[in-house]
Design a protein around this ligand. Structure first.
Ligand code: ZN
Length: 89
């Protein structure tokens, strides 16, 4: 039997389950699927999109959702306090 790539034993690799996603050419993707998943690494086998939040991009936390909510609550409290003081006049 002749095989490209010298004498590497690629038998197991060639029997791995295939991805099968539809390619832009219309045919099925023939890349091996991620273990335990139905799709390959290019077709969502590892999940879709970036992980939630950019933890490594944080410098000080001023713009995290939690901090923005806290600031909004403080501003709202101050607004209500001013309104109350105006009524007391
Ligand atoms: Zn694929």
């Amino acid at each position: 039997m002749t095989m490209q790539g010298g004498n590497r034993d690629t038998g197991r690799l060639n029997t791995a389950p295939r991805c099968g996603a539809k390619t832009r050419k219309g045919g099925p993707c023939r890349a091996p699927a991620i273990h335990g998943k139905a799709r390959c690494r290019m077709h969502g086998g590892r999940g879709s999109g970036a992980p939630l939040e950019n933890r490594n991009g944080l410098k000080h936390g001023l713009f995290t959702l939690e901090e923005q909510r806290r600031r909004r609550a403080v501003l709202d409290l101050m607004r209500k306090a001013r309104a109350t003081l105006r009524e007391a006049d």
